[in-house]
Design a binder for this molecule. Structure first.
Ligand code: SF4
Length: 368
C-alpha cells in the first residue's frame, strides 16, 4: 500500500476506498445521506453532499434510533497541544450542523491529560493554556450553549468514576495493539484509553462521533466491550483529511506551520501563506496552462474550495472545467481562495473574542 494512516501519522496519497476495506468501516452511502435529509428536513451541507465525510460505523443505527424516538448524542474532542488550524475546525462545523438539525446534546472532551502524558516536552501549564485557547475556537463555531458540554479531563474529575469499569475491561495487549505502547511508555498513558472511552457512556443512548478517519482505531476498543457494560457501541462518521498547503498528500499539520492556516493567523498572514506556499495543479508556464489546462485533482487550492470555502456546487464544477480547459490561471484561483479564507478568519476571530465571555456557559460539571 503506498499510503499509511494511523492515529499518529498520515503519509502518501490516501486511497479512501481501500482505507474503508483496511479499517473495516462502511461507506457513507447516498441512501444514508438521503435519509439524513429526510429526517432533518434540510439540505445537506457541503461536507456531506461532496462526501468529505465518506465512511461510518453504525450511522444507520443512529438514524434508526432517532427515527424511533430513542435519540442519540454527539461526542467529539480536541487534544490541546498547540493552536488549532483550519483542518482541525472543519469537523466541528459538521458537528454543529448535526447538533442543530437533530437537536441533540454534544460533549466535547478536551484531553489536556493525554497531551501532557503523550508529548514529552509539553508542560502541564502549557497544555492547560492551549486548552483555554482551543475552547475559544470551538465555541466560536457557534454551538448551542444549552446543549453543548465542554470539559477538560484534568478538571472534570467525575470522569474517573466512569473510567474505572472500563479500565477493568481493557487488557494491556488490547490497548497496546491500538496505541503501540512499549516498555518505556509511562503508566499514565496506559490508563488513558479508559478516560477517552468514558464520554461514550455519558448518556444511555448511542453516541455518534464525527472525526477524521485516522481517529477510528481509538473507538475499536470501546466497541469491543461497550455492550458487556450495558452501553451502546460508539457510532462514528469519518471525514477525509484536509490537505496542507504544500500538497494534496497527507494532512495539514500543526507541527509544520507553513502547511497550515491557524485560526489565529491574521487575515494578512493567511493570505501571504496561501500565495507563497499553496501548491496548485497548474502548468509551469502560462502558455502551457492555456494549451494543456491544469489538474484540479492535484491542486490544494481547488481541494480547499471543494472541502470548505466554495459552497456553490455549480461554481465549483465550472471552476473544475475551466481549469482543465486552460481558461483559468492559478493566480486568479489563489486570489479567490485568499478572499474566502480571510473573510472566514475575520468572522471566526470576532466570534472567538465573544467566546471569552461565554466560556462558563459551556463548561460541563456533570449535571445536565
Ligand atoms: Fe488549481 Fe485553479 Fe490552478 Fe486549476 S487553475 S490548478 S484549480 S489553482
Amino acid at each position: 500500500m503506498d499510503f499509511k494512516v494511523t492515529p499518529w501519522d498520515v503519509e502518501g496519497l490516501v486511497d479512501y476506498d481501500k482505507l474503508i476495506v483496511e479499517f473495516g468501516t462502511t461507506p457513507l452511502t447516498n441512501e444514508l445521506l438521503e435519509k439524513t435529509k429526510e429526517l432533518t428536513k434540510s439540505e445537506l451541507p457541503l461536507y456531506f453532499r461532496r462526501k468529505f465525510f465518506f465512511s461510518h460505523r453504525d450511522y444507520n443505527l443512529v438514524l434508526k434510533d432517532y427515527e424511533e424516538g430513542k435519540g442519540f448524542f454527539l461526542y467529539t474532542g480536541r487534544g490541546p497541544s498547540g493552536p488549532m488550524h483550519i483542518g482541525h475546525i472543519i469537523p466541528f462545523f459538521a458537528t454543529k450542523w448535526l447538533q442543530e438539525k437533530f437537536g441533540v446534546n454534544l460533549y466535547v472532551q478536551i484531553t489536556d491529560d493525554e497531551k501532557f502524558l503523550f508529548k514529552p516536552k509539553l508542560t502541564f501549564e502549557e497544555t492547560k493554556r492551549w486548552a483555554y485557547e482551543n475552547i475559544l475556537d470551538i465555541i466560536a463555531v457557534g454551538f448551542d450553549p444549552d446543549k453543548t458540554f465542554i470539559f477538560q479531563d484534568s478538571e472534570f474529575t467525575k470522569i474517573y468514576e466512569m473510567a474505572i469499569p472500563i479500565a477493568k475491561k481493557v487488557n494491556y495487549s488490547m490497548a497496546k495493539a491500538v496505541f503501540g505502547f512499549t516498555d518505556q511508555s509511562k503508566i499514565g498513558m496506559i490508563f488513558y484509553p479508559a478516560i477517552q472511552a468514558a464520554p461514550t457512556f455519558f448518556e444511555k443512548r448511542r453516541s455518534l462521533i464525527p472525526a477524521a478517519i485516522d481517529q477510528d482505531p481509538y473507538w475499536r476498543i470501546q466497541r469491543d466491550f461497550a455492550e458487556s457494560l450495558g452501553y451502546y457501541k460508539a457510532a462514528a462518521i469519518h471525514s477525509k483529511f484536509v490537505p496542507g498547503l504544500m500538497g494534496v498528500e497527507g494532512k495539514m499539520s500543526a507541527s509544520k506551520p507553513e502547511t497550515a492556516i491557524y485560526l489565529t493567523d491574521t487575515p494578512e498572514e493567511a493570505g501571504k501563506k496561501i500565495w507563497k506556499y499553496a501548491l496548485t495543479g497548474g502548468q509551469p508556464t502560462l502558455k502551457e496552462q492555456r494549451e494543456k489546462g491544469g489538474n484540479p485533482d492535484k491542486c490544494v487550492v481547488f481541494k480547499w474550495l471543494e472541502i470548505f470555502f466554495e459552497s456553490d456546487d455549480k461554481a465549483l464544477i465550472e471552476r473544475y472545467h475551466a481549469c482543465k480547459g486552460g481558461e483559468l490561471l492559478c493566480g486568479q484561483c489563489k486570489r479567490y481562495l485568499i478572499e474566502r479564507v480571510q473573510n472566514f478568519l475575520r468572522e471566526h476571530q470576532k466570534r472567538r473574542e465573544k467566546a471569552k465571555e461565554e466560556i462558563e456557559k459551556f463548561k460541563y460539571t456533570g449535571e445536565l
